[in-house]
Design a protein around this ligand. Structure first.
Ligand code: ADP
Ligand code: MG
Length: 289
């Protein structure tokens, strides 16, 4: 394609809300055959709400939510925001730290509070999550994401949060498949929640429970199989995978880390625009090779 054609293609992209970092990006887009989609905030709204609060024996539900909300107040993750908003009167926490893909820690009322994946609390912090494991599985099977909450080394309970699939995600996955791309759902979330979303949008290849480093490995593994990989994501946890992919696409409403790591920004956060980007690249460069 001539430089003029590429300029026209890039200009057309910005009209469609597809911001392209440089002239080589259309060529990268044209070659892609596999599209890896982050779940939370990419395929789903990432606008979660608290669906259930399950305290451990001897703990008040209100106290569980109060401490969880305080600990999550500093989080920019959709899960953390949902929990923080569920108790607007929560106390102010100190020493907040986020562990991307796992959970958060903070000091609330002088107590070290943890909120995150059950496995993370058990493995990294030696907290006994067994008493609520069965309850957690039941919520996960319905598509919820379960956050375990502990204070001073003791499990306080679990909070289940639920998300909804974006209205255009299923149509976008169908369009991407028609364009010959193989979709893969990649998420740090649990298998149950991941399978529920994958079934709803029509994705067969699901990789759940993946850490941020694991997301990078998954992209590299697909590339090692000879696939040309596009990755679509929105989170800090996606940044390394977005940078490693042959084409990184960030959702417009996503974190700065994701946008900076990507070649393309989808301003609207609508996955249909990803299919538009592929069509645009093919029509702009279709005459060559
Ligand atoms: P996704 O890949 O679907 O965008 P993430 O990698 O961001 O999900 O998160 C993976 C998992 O880590 C979440 O499903 C949740 O269990 C846990 N997690 C991440 N951030 C938080 C948080 N702020 N509070 C509680 N749990 C969290
Ligand atoms: Mg995400």
């Amino acid at each position: 394609a001539t430089p003029t054609a590429i300029l026209v293609g890039t200009g057309r992209g910005s009209q469609l809300g597809i911001l392209i970092r440089g002239p080589q990006v259309l060529e990268q887009t044209r070659k892609v055959d596999t599209i890896v989609l982050d779940k939370t905030g990419t395929v789903t709204e990432g606008r979660m709400r608290v669906a259930a609060v399950v305290p451990a024996d001897g703990v008040e539900g209100a106290e569980l939510l109060r401490l969880a909300a305080a600990a999550e107040a500093g989080s920019e993750h959709p899960i953390g925001r949902a929990i923080a908003e569920a108790d607007a009167a929560h106390p102010i926490a100190a020493d907040f730290a986020a562990h991307a893909g796992f959970g958060v820690q903070a000091v609330v009322d002088g107590r070290l509070v943890l909120a995150g994946r059950l496995g993370w609390l058990a493995d990294e912090w030696s907290i006994d999550t067994a008493p609520l494991a069965a309850r957690a599985s039941r919520h996960e099977a319905t598509g919820s994401t379960v956050v375990a909450v502990a204070a001073d080394g003791r499990l306080l309970g679990i909070v289940a949060v639920a998300d909804t699939v974006k209205p255009t995600s299923a149509a976008a996955v169908a369009a991407l498949k028609r364009l010959g791309l193989t979709p893969v759902l990649l998420t740090g979330d649990n298998e149950g929640a991941a399978r529920a979303v994958a079934a709803e949008v029509g994705i067969a290849d699901v990789r759940a429970g993946v850490t941020p480093a694991g997301k990078l490995d998954a992209v590299r593994e697909l590339q090692a199989q000879g696939r040309v990989v596009a990755m679509v994501g929105d989170g800090v946890n996606d940044a390394a995978a977005l940078a490693a992919a042959d084409l990184g696409l960030a959702m417009g409403g996503g974190t700065d880390a994701a946008i900076t790591a990507s070649d393309v920004t989808i301003v609207s956060g609508d996955l249909l625009a990803v299919a538009d980007a592929v069509r645009l690249a093919r029509s702009t460069l279709g005459t060559i090779r």
